[in-house]
Design a protein around this ligand. Structure first.
Ligand SMILES: Nc1ncnc2c1ncn2[C@@H]1O[C@H](COP(=O)(O)OP(=O)(O)OP(=O)(O)O)[C@@H](O)[C@H]1O
Ligand SMILES: [Mg+2]
Length: 354
């Protein structure tokens, strides 16, 4: 069953077209990540769902009800922000139960509800504290608990972990996802971090400039990006792109200066068409210069300990190779080997996958 449906949603801020014909259907119980570069419209889409922005065209429904004209409080969704938005003069317990109090829930019932949610989110010992007496991670837990206590139809997260350090962020990702599963919730999670989107979500929506570029299961996006933008956005370090040409029979040849190399891929494009081939860093292997498919010089290397990223001075951009610990240095000539089955091909003009 679809819990949230956007159909033909458009949003203008004055003359600026912030959301362009957004169609998105979210299954009940699923965890959906909205991801894309800064300014692409992620927050606008989320805020439109919450009713904090008025959309210019189209419709939004939640749990089968069209909510386009409803104010935020009648939509029954809970939002969790990066800034936490806690009331500083209230204790954790008062922050958690404020919405219940507003709705006239009795003191005893509020206390019981706060205790129950706090037990789920690991806040049991902190109910009497004020927000200033909590760590960033604990504050974020209070913000989530406050959403949970309302038992909403959906949880909406807008970059909730951006204020936390890297280690805590990784920990909280798992915590949020586990909580989502335990509650059987429907969650929409905005992030500009594609790793966060890939690791947390069942369904990833990639946006650019107000448009949904592609949506699907995380690994489907990774394996079959619909265009160059998604290919370059999903995956870190990013996919390498090399200009290539289409020959007779749709065969693709690439030339890095050492002569044309024919790839065992065929595309439906006319002879002479310019294409881009995409190869992920982990699909390239370093070889002796004569043994690879392509030859290049090492520009620089970066080691994380576990793996080494070798950048080669190929045109028009550096090419990144992921490899184990390996003694290569700037200026070394290396061969690059790859399996043709791992190659993606994009039209150089339209940037669509071929
Ligand atoms: N109230 C507003 N008035 C005019 N333009 C706005 C308003 N709010 C947002 N915008 C513009 O709409 C676009 C989308 O903004 P939005 O906040 O949705 O981006 P975002 O994807 O959440 O970016 P970020 O990752 O930086 O948070 C941006 O170009 C922004 O400048
Ligand atoms: Mg935003």
């Amino acid at each position: 069953m679809k819990q949230i449906v956007f159909s033909g949603v458009n949003k203008y801020y004055g003359a600026f077209h912030a959301l362009k014909d957004i169609d998105l259907a979210i299954d009940k119980g699923s965890f959906v990540a909205l991801v894309g570069p800064s300014g692409c419209g992620k927050s606008t889409l989320l805020r439109s769902l919450a009713g904090l922005e008025k959309i210019t065209g189209g419709d939004i429904s939640i749990a089968g009800e069209v909510v386009t004209a409803l104010p935020p409080r009648r939509r029954d969704v809970a939002m969790v922000f990066q800034s936490y938005a806690l009331y500083p003069h209230m204790t954790v317990e008062e922050n958690l139960t404020y919405s219940l109090k507003v709705h006239g829930v009795s003191k005893a019932e509020r206390k019981r509800a706060a205790g129950e949610v706090a037990a789920t989110t690991g806040l049991s010992g902190l109910l009497h504290r004020y927000p200033r007496e909590l760590s960033g991670g604990q504050r974020q837990r209070v913000a989530m608990s406050r959403a949970i206590i309302r038992n909403p139809k959906a949880f909406l997260f807008d970059e909730p972990l951006s204020n936390l350090d890297a280690a805590l962020r990784v920990h909280m990702r798992k915590e949020i996802r586990a909580l989502h599963d335990r509650l059987g919730a429907t969650s929409v999670y905005v992030t500009h971090d594609q790793i966060e989107a890939m690791t947390m979500a069942d369904h990833v929506v990639v946006m650019r400039a107000g448009v949904i570029e592609q949506q699907g299961r995380p690994l489907d996006l990774y394996d079959k990006p619909a265009n160059k933008f998604v290919a370059g956005f999903i995956g870190s370090p990013a996919m390498n792109f090399i200009p290539a040409t289409v020959e007779e029979g749709g065969r693709v040849t690439v030339d890095l200066g050492a002569g044309p190399v024919e790839l065992a891929v065929a595309v439906a494009a006319p002879v002479g068409a310019r294409v881009l081939i995409g190869i992920r860093p982990e699909h390239l292997t370093l070889t002796a210069p004569g043994d690879g498919r392509l030859v290049a010089a090492v520009a620089f290397t970066e080691s994380t300990g576990f793996t080494t990223f070798v950048s080669t001075a190929t045109t028009p951009e550096l090419m990144v190779v992921e490899t184990g610990r390996r003694a290569v240095a700037s200026g070394d000539r290396v061969g690059l080997a790859f399996d043709d089955a791992s190659v993606h091909v994009f039209d150089a003009e339209t940037e669509q996958r071929l």
